[in-house]
Design a protein around this ligand. Structure first.
Ligand code: NAD
Length: 373
C-alpha cells in the first residue's frame, strides 16, 4: 500500500505505530500539524478487523490495519481543519486503538497507551472519542498529562457535548439568516437525526428559541428523555432526513448525506453535529449546492466541544463567559464560509477546507520566518 504518496498521508508531520505485547495494545497516533499548537484530537477504539470477518485471517488483518491507517490519517487532518477554523491554538492529531474496546479496553492497556502518548512529549493530546469512555481516559491520565476532556482536575473541562450543542444551535441560526434572511427560529421546523449527548441539548435550545422539532433515534430512552422536556414530533429513523422541515440537523453518525438521501431531503439547510456527514467530500456538497441546499460544514459547526477542550490543553481557568463567547463565534465563521461559497459559486465544504489550509499555511510560514531571523 503506498503511504507517502497517498492523499490521506499528505502533509502529515508524523505518524507513530505503537504496540505493547503484554496488554495487546496496537495503536497509531497521527500528527497532521502542530503549526497552530499541540496536535489535539480524540482516541478512537475500533475493531477494524471485524469489518473483514470471513476473509482469511491474514487478509482480514492486512485490510483492517489499512482501514485503521486510513481512518487515523483522515481524522487527524480533519482535526487540523476544525481547530484552525475555530481559531484555536491547537494543531490537528488523532489516535486509533485497534480492537474490540469491550474485550481489550482494560485500564492496563489504556495506561500503556498513556505511556506511549507521554513519550511524544506533548506533541499530541488525546481526548475521548468513539469507543473510549471517561474512565478509560482517566487510565491514560495515570501515565501522562497529555490528555484532555477529563471529568476532574484543576483544569478539567468535562463533557464537551453541551458546548458542541450550543455551537450547532448558533450555526443553525447563522445558516437560517443566510438562507431565509432571518436568524429567528420562531415558527421554523428543525429535524434532528439522533438525540444523544449533542442532539438532546440542541433540542432544548431549539424549543427555547420557538422552533418546532421533529426527532428520530434508534434508542427509545433517548427519545423519551427529549419528550420529557417538551413537545416533539417523533418519526422513524429511516424517514428523518426526508421530512418536511426548514433545517435538517444530522446529530448521529457520519455518511448520512449521500447520493441516496440527497434527492429526498426537503430542508433548504443542513446543519448538524455529525462528523464526516458527507459520504464523499466535494461530491455530495456539490450535489447539495446544485439542489439549492445550504450545507454548514460539519467540522466548522461542531467545534464547540474542542473549543472547550482548548482551555484544558493550555491549562487555563475558564473565567466568566469566555468559553461561551468563543463558541458563539462559530456563527460568524460560518457566515464567512457561506458568503465566500455563494460569491464563488462553489460548495461550502471545499471553501471551508481552503480557508483552514490558508490559516495553517500562514502559521507555518510565520514559524519558518521566525526561525530564519
Ligand atoms: P451520541 O452517541 O451520544 O448520540 C448519537 C445518537 O444518534 C444516539 O442517541 C444514537 O442512538 C443515535 N443514532 C445512531 N444511529 C442513528 C440512526 N440511524 N438514526 C437516528 N439516530 C441514530 O453522540 P454525540 O456525542 O451526541 O455525537 C453526535 C455526533 O456529533 C457524532 O457524529 C459525533 O462524532 C459528533 N460530534 C460530537 C461532539 C461532542 O461533543 N459530543 C463533538 C463534535 C462532533
Amino acid at each position: 500500500m503506498p503511504v507517502f504518496d497517498s492523499r490521506s498521508f499528505k502533509d502529515h508531520e508524523q505518524v507513530v505505530f505503537i504496540s505493547d505485547e503484554k496488554t495487546g495494545l496496537k495503536a497509531i497516533v497521527a500528527v497532521h500539524s502542530t503549526a497552530l499548537g499541540p496536535a489535539t484530537g480524540g482516541c478512537r477504539f475500533w475493531d477494524y478487523y471485524a469489518t473483514h470477518k470471513g476473509s482469511p485471517v491474514d487478509v482480514a488483518q492486512t485490510r483492517g490495519e489499512q482501514d485503521a491507517v486510513y481512518d487515523v490519517l483522515r481524522l487527524s487532518r480533519g482535526m487540523s481543519y476544525k481547530n484552525a477554523m475555530a481559531g484555536l491554538r491547537l494543531g490537528g492529531g488523532k489516535s486509533v486503538i485497534i480492537g474490540n474496546s469491550r474485550e481489550l479496553g482494560t485500564p492496563e492497556l489504556m495506561a500503556a497507551f498513556g505511556r506511549a502518548v507521554n513519550k511524544l512529549g506533548g506533541m499530541y493530546y488525546a481526548a475521548e472519542d468513539v469507543g473510549t469512555s471517561p474512565d478509560m481516559m482517566e487510565a491514560v491520565h495515570t501515565e501522562t498529562d497529555y490528555v484532555a476532556g477529563l471529568a476532574e482536575g484543576e483544569f478539567a473541562t468535562g463533557d464537551p457535548s453541551p458546548h458542541t450543542a450550543l455551537g450547532v444551535f448558533v450555526g443553525i441560526k447563522a445558516a437560517c439568516e443566510h438562507k431565509y434572511g432571518s436568524d429567528s427560529l420562531e415558527g421554523k421546523t428543525v429535524a434532528i437525526q439522533g438525540v444523544g449527548h449533542v442532539g438532546a441539548v440542541l433540542a432544548d435550545h431549539l424549543r427555547d428559541a420557538g422552533a418546532k422539532i421533529i426527532i428520530a433515534d434508534i434508542v427509545q430512552s433517548n427519545i423519551d428523555a427529549v419528550l420529557k422536556n417538551g413537545p416533539a414530533e417523533v418519526v422513524e429513523p429511516s424517514r428523518i432526513h426526508a421530512v418536511d422541515c426548514d433545517v435538517f440537523a444530522p446529530c448521529a453518525l457520519g455518511g448520512g448525506i449521500n447520493p441516496k438521501t440527497i434527492p429526498e431531503i426537503k430542508a433548504k439547510v443542513i446543519a448538524g453535529a455529525a462528523n464526516n456527514v458527507l459520504e464523499t467530500e466535494g461530491v455530495d456538497d456539490q450535489a447539495l449546492m446544485e439542489r439549492g441546499i445550504l450545507y454548514a460544514p460539519d467540522y466548522v459547526i461542531n467545534a464547540g466541544g474542542i473549543i472547550s477542550v482548548e482551555f484544558e490543553v493550555h491549562k487555563e481557568k475558564i473565567q466568566g463567559d469566555m468559553r461561551k463567547t468563543k463558541v458563539l463565534r462559530i456563527g460568524e465563521t460560518l457566515k464567512e464560509v457561506f458568503e465566500t461559497a455563494e460569491k464563488d459559486g462553489r460548495p461550502s465544504g471545499i471553501v471551508a477546507n481552503e480557508m483552514a489550509e490558508a490559516i495553517i499555511k500562514a502559521a507555518q510560514d510565520k514559524t519558518l520566518s521566525a526561525a530564519a531571523e
